[in-house]
Design a protein around this ligand. Structure first.
Ligand SMILES: *[C@@H]1O[C@H](CO)[C@@H](O)[C@H](O)[C@H]1NC(C)=O
Ligand SMILES: *[C@@H]1O[C@H](CO)[C@@H](O)[C@H](O)[C@H]1NC(C)=O
Ligand SMILES: *[C@@H]1O[C@H](CO)[C@@H](O)[C@H](O)[C@H]1NC(C)=O
Ligand SMILES: *[C@@H]1O[C@H](CO)[C@@H](O)[C@H](O)[C@H]1NC(C)=O
Ligand SMILES: *[C@@H]1O[C@H](CO)[C@@H](O)[C@H](O)[C@H]1NC(C)=O
Length: 547
């Protein structure tokens, strides 16, 4: 849930780092799974909903499959704090109280999540935590809370801070306070959503990137962009826009892979399995994509009424294992054509994940080559289809046929005798303009162009810092005399042909430390700025070459 606020200017803040998050992956070693009421019920929540949900999650096997967080969203509280300035639950909605509910959930093996707001009111106009961070953290601790989703509505700008600075100050304050609790809460941060592209259509992405730059050191997950479109007001289903909402959040997530590693997860929001206007293929696509991202799997639905078919796909062991894989990698785009998206990532046992999505309105067939999957060596490989369980042997390329809005998800591995060697391979794209870096067919020049899935737009990023297009394997992305071009790869490689990439999203040439930039007409290198739209890129593998 989210809202829009205004901008002022001001001074910088800095709060000492305490250990948590990617510095302490033990808090949330794998992406969280569970339930949240928001997208399905919004403010129509009560104790019975949560106890029935918990019971159903036990009896359907969802808990056993790993969905072990039960999280409340907004509107659980009274409009006033008590005389001690503490938050109070609404006793009409929660007659037994929060400690009782926490105990009910803990007894059954769940963690208990609650919702609050970094600003002075929640998005639903209940008391917010701004200037009450300490007391609220103690209250939640005394109730048995394990998980906090902290939203960002109604931020009151204090001490001359800008809107951005107030967010940074409040979220870092919460992080610090949680470090002093007996056990820190799992911290879900909504901060980046308030700076995401759809929130500020008139603005650049700089503050979005800057927020993402600190949330991964500050909590376990971050809601980076839009809410998934809700079921409807007053729990009356309003059809339309749900597939588009899912695709929108998918399109935001693919821009941010570089931030994710075990301990911190990019959060594209809830799974919505009981929306009547989503086909089974669309629901399975949602689950396949989120799992390929190793994203949080938080279901918003009326669990007791889920069909057997819904439970079956939500508890698919092989796909959950991809989500919960020990590398915690977020799959990245190999290619994006008119209808078909291809994504890959490494899995802990050495398998390569291949995920193929048909965004189009008709059945489509595509071929994905071994090179596009990131394999260096040719030979025989096997593909295990994680939806059907079937295994297929192939050479050179795998043919994939998909119905409209269907997604296939495979584990690929070489057969005996073929050496496993993988290099991150895929699109290099500007995460503001969404244009792809492209090698020219006839000259040594490179450009940014609309993504079209051609070989000339697919790049390999080597351990030694080389970047080479799939269409010209001996050609290296080079900076020579201040110009960017493709030149014969030289031994060494020389610094002019070495690049580094990290959470800043900048692709930095090692020669003079300049950043690759999408210019108006050409690709250039310039002095690196602070999270500039023209310089922030997504790379295959989300690779952190400079780690
Ligand atoms: C609790 O909430 C659910 C979902 O909104 C609703 O169907 C149910 O009637 C409510 N129960 C009570 C006791 O208020
Ligand atoms: C919250 O902050 C806003 C903006 O500064 C202010 O107008 C409002 O009075 C504050 N509300 C509360 C409950 O403190
Ligand atoms: C981008 O936005 C930031 C923050 O709002 C602003 O300071 C900066 O000047 C903007 N940059 C450009 C190039 O417009
Ligand atoms: C939803 O319920 C509220 C309060 O009960 C009512 O004012 C509003 O008109 C309802 N909205 C719809 C779309 O039914
Ligand atoms: C599919 O059809 C819808 C509705 O006509 C249209 O809005 C959308 O652009 C189409 N999608 C593609 C990828 O062609």
């Amino acid at each position: 849930m989210a809202a829009i606020a205004s901008l002022l200017t001001a001074v910088a803040v800095s709060i000492a780092q305490v250990s948590a998050t990617i510095q302490n992956p033990a808090i949330q070693p794998r992406p969280p799974m569970g339930f949240n009421n928001w997208a399905r019920f919004m403010c129509n929540l009560n104790e019975t909903l949560f106890t029935k949900t918990a019971d159903a999650m036990v009896s359907t096997g969802l808990l056993a499959a790993g969905y072990d967080n039960i999280n409340l969203d907004d509107c659980w509280l009274l409009k006033e704090r008590n005389s001690k300035k503490e938050l109070q639950w609404d006793p009409d909605l929660f007659p037994h109280g929060m400690p009782w509910l926490a105990d009910y959930l803990h007894t059954r093996g769940f963690k208990f999540g609650i919702y609050e707001n970094a600003g002075n009111m929640t998005c639903g106009w209940y008391p917010g935590s701004q200037d009450h961070e300490e007391i609220d953290s103690k209250t939640f601790e005394s109730w048995g809370v394990d998980y906090l989703k902290l939203d960002g509505c109604h931020m009151d700008l204090q001490k001359g801070r800008s809107y951005y600075e107030e967010f940074e100050y409040r979220y870092k304050l919460w992080h610090k306070i949680m470090g002093d609790l007996k056990k820190p809460f799992i911290f879900s941060q909504s901060a980046p959503a308030y700076f995401s592209p759809n929130f500020h259509l008139d603005k650049n992405n700089t503050d979005w990137y800057r927020t993402m730059d600190w949330v991964h050191n500050n909590g376990e997950l971050a809601r980076h962009s839009d809410d998934i479109k809700v079921y409807g007001l007053n729990i009356t289903f309003e059809p339309g826009g749900h597939w588009e909402s899912m695709m929108n959040n998918y399109g935001m997530e693919v821009r941010l892979a570089r931030y994710q590693s075990c301990g911190f997860y990019n959060d594209p929001d809830f799974l919505i399995p009981d929306w009547p206007d989503l086909s089974m293929d669309e629901k399975k696509t949602h689950f396949s994509l989120w799992s390929s991202f190793s994203a949080p799997l938080i279901i918003s639905a009326y669990i007791p009424d889920l069909t057997k078919e819904d439970i079956e796909y939500l508890t698919n062991k092989e796909i959950i294992a991809v989500d919960q894989d020990a590398l915690c990698e977020q799959a990245t785009l190999v290619s994006q054509g008119e209808y078909i998206d291809v994504l890959t990532k490494n899995l802990a046992n050495g398998d390569r994940l291949l995920t193929v999505l048909n965004r189009g309105n008709h059945t489509s067939t595509t071929e994905v080559s071994l090179h596009r999957m990131g394999f260096i060596n040719v030979g025989a490989y096997t593909a295990k289809d994680l939806w059907t369980g079937g295994t297929k042997k192939f050479h050179e390329s795998l043919e994939v046929k998909l119905r409209t809005h269907q997604t296939a998800i495979y584990r690929i591995r070489p057969t005996e005798g073929v050496k496993l060697e993988v290099t991150p391979t895929g699109m290099i794209f500007n995460t503001f303009s969404l244009n792809c870096l492209a090698a020219s067919h006839h000259s040594s020049s490179v450009t940014f162009a609309a993504c079209d899935a051609a070989d000339s737009q697919i790049w390999r990023v080597w351990d030694n810092g080389r970047v080479t297009p799939l269409s010209a394997v001996q050609q290296c992305l080079t900076v020579y005399d201040g110009e960017v071009s493709l030149e014969e790869c030289e031994r060494g490689p020389p610094k002019s042909q070495q690049w580094s990439y990290g959470v800043t999203g900048n692709l930095v040439n090692k020669g003079k430390g300049l950043c690759l930039e999408e210019g108006k007409k050409s690709v250039v290198v310039k002095k690196c700025g602070n999270a500039l739209d023209s310089q922030v890129l997504a790379l295959p593998g989300g690779v952190k070459l400079d780690k």
